[in-house]
Write a protein that binds this ligand. Structure first.
Ligand code: ZN
Length: 479
């Protein structure tokens, strides 16, 4: 087609580099939804959209990634054979172990890229748990558009608007963390304050000086900044911050932790969760705060399965998240076993009008987090939910060790900085509540020196397992 046929004006200008949110199809300023059509779609239309996208994803993976093509063909799956969401179950699962192994065999990215490395504009990797191979990922410009778009659903949905000033307490490194959120806030039209490479004191001061109305951090670091503000004599509760957007740890949906954060900041706190494997968030809490996070279902299919049998579990039952993602062109993600534990409930649990289902209590833990102590299951999240009820406790750590060479013991170390607090009675109460919630399992609870426990900016690790048999002697028994 020549120019005349396209009836372009004599001088054709490309799109402006930074289209406004309205040109991008973003939210109207007075709408509670970032994308009303997507967020309020009737469930049958939503499922039809997911089936349509799934067919395209399978086609894309089949054509572009021989590794996936083989797996799909082994399972007898073709794009044409996908007629309904039930067909999703014919696709093979992908595990983190397989992903890591594929990278070790074909370094550095594994045979999972759907585009040439040269076409990428960004590299990120998982924050790296000791001894594990990090997952390394590449993305295109288009992928980053989508990554930011997912965060827009979350920020807008929790009430962030163009008039806001948003501070990021985030290190801006190779860990993907809040990178997408940063771009989302630019896209919405907020003033963005990038708080990388700063001390906690400098961050707190800048939040106040620059009158930030929104602060983004992990739940743990939100508490850490509140402690610092207290030391500096800054009254955050009467400060400029109206909203906190939390991510990176499940604690953003633990009621006691969330309440503590909201009280100390005098602001509302909204939970989000994402993962490096997707590059962005897949769930967010809306401003109605329904006690959980909406799933961005027009862009992801989130299945919940039994972590052992891999059979689907129903609404209200706890299981493992399995995610299929439609937005990342560089890395197709099909039925990825996340090891995150969740409880899915229907969208009508929330009154906001979204038709998107909800993870009640957000990400409630990790399959691998479960510790078996003398035959009793212990989840770090459940311990945190109890310890955080005691607002006198500044920081804590769960310590597992072997006593007398044979017996698993569990203790909780706590810092109680207030000299006037009745520490002994607090320790006793924590111990009895923990025991009650764990089939009578005895927990030692010990006060330690102030500031002696580690503080975290990212992905707090409050469980220290020093048992002599790695993973614990009892771990091999099935609970
Ligand atoms: Zn809602």
């Amino acid at each position: 087609m020549d120019r005349a046929q396209l009836s372009l004006p004599p001088t054709y200008y490309p799109e402006p580099i930074e289209p406004t949110i309205l040109q991008r199809g973003g939210a109207m300023p007075d709408s509670p939804f970032w994308n009303k059509r997507h967020e309020t779609m009737p469930r049958d239309e939503l499922e039809a959209l997911q089936v349509h996208k799934l067919r395209h994803l399978v086609e894309w993976a089949n054509e572009r990634v021989p590794y996936h093509a083989k797996r799909l063909s082994d399972a007898g799956v073709t794009a044409d054979s996908i007629q309904s969401l039930d067909d999703l179950r014919r696709l093979p699962f992908m595990t983190r172990e397989e992903w890591m192994r594929s990278q070790v065999e074909h370094p550095p990215f594994g045979p999972i890229l759907a585009a040439p490395e040269n076409d990428a504009i960004r590299y990120h990797m998982t924050s790296g748990t000791t001894g594990r191979t990090p997952i390394r990922v590449l993305d295109s410009m288009k992928d980053w558009e989508w990554i930011a778009e997912m965060w827009c659903y979350g920020f807008w949905g929790f009430g962030v608007r163009p008039s806001d000033t948003v501070f990021f307490a985030f290190s801006y490194g190779t860990f993907v963390g809040f990178w997408g959120a940063h771009y989302a806030c630019e896209k919405i039209g907020c003033l963005v304050l990038p708080g990388g490479n700063m001390t906690t004191e400098a961050r707190v001061k800048q939040i106040v000086d620059m009158k930030a109305t929104v602060v983004c951090s992990t739940p743990t670091y939100a508490l850490r900044m509140a402690q610092e503000a207290h030391k500096l004599g800054i009254d955050l509760a009467n400060g400029p911050v109206k909203r906190l957007i939390l991510s990176g740890e499940p604690a953003g949906s633990i009621p006691a932790t969330k309440k503590l954060i909201e009280d100390q900041w005098g602001a509302v706190a909204g939970d989000t969760a994402g993962m490096t494997e997707l590059g962005t968030i897949m769930v967010f809490e809306c401003s109605e705060q329904p006690g959980g996070t909406h799933i961005i279902e027009p862009h992801f299919i989130e299945e919940v399965v039994d972590p052992v049998s891999a059979e689907p579990v129903g609404y209200g039952e706890q299981g493992e998240r399995v995610v299929t993602s439609f937005g990342r062109g560089f890395i197709p993600v099909l039925r990825y076993r996340t090891r995150d534990l969740v409880v899915k409930v229907p969208a009508d649990r929330c009154s906001c009008g979204r038709t998107l289902d909800i993870y009640e209590g957000g990400i409630v833990g990790r399959v691998d987090d479960m510790k078996l102590v003398r035959g009793t299951n212990v989840y770090p999240r459940a311990v945190e939910a109890i310890v955080r009820e005691f607002t006198e406790v500044d920081e804590f750590q769960i310590h597992l060790y072997t006593a007398e060479g044979i017996r698993d013991e569990i203790e909780v170390l706590v810092e109680i900085p207030d000299a006037d607090a009745d520490a002994n009675s607090i320790l006793e109460k924590i111990g009895s509540e923990l025991s009650e919630a764990h089939e009578g399992l005895r927990f030692g609870v010990r006060k330690v020196d102030n500031d002696s426990l580690p503080r975290f900016e990212l992905k707090a690790k409050r469980l220290n397992d020093e048992r002599e048999v790695v993973g614990g002697a009892g771990e091999r028994k099935k609970a």
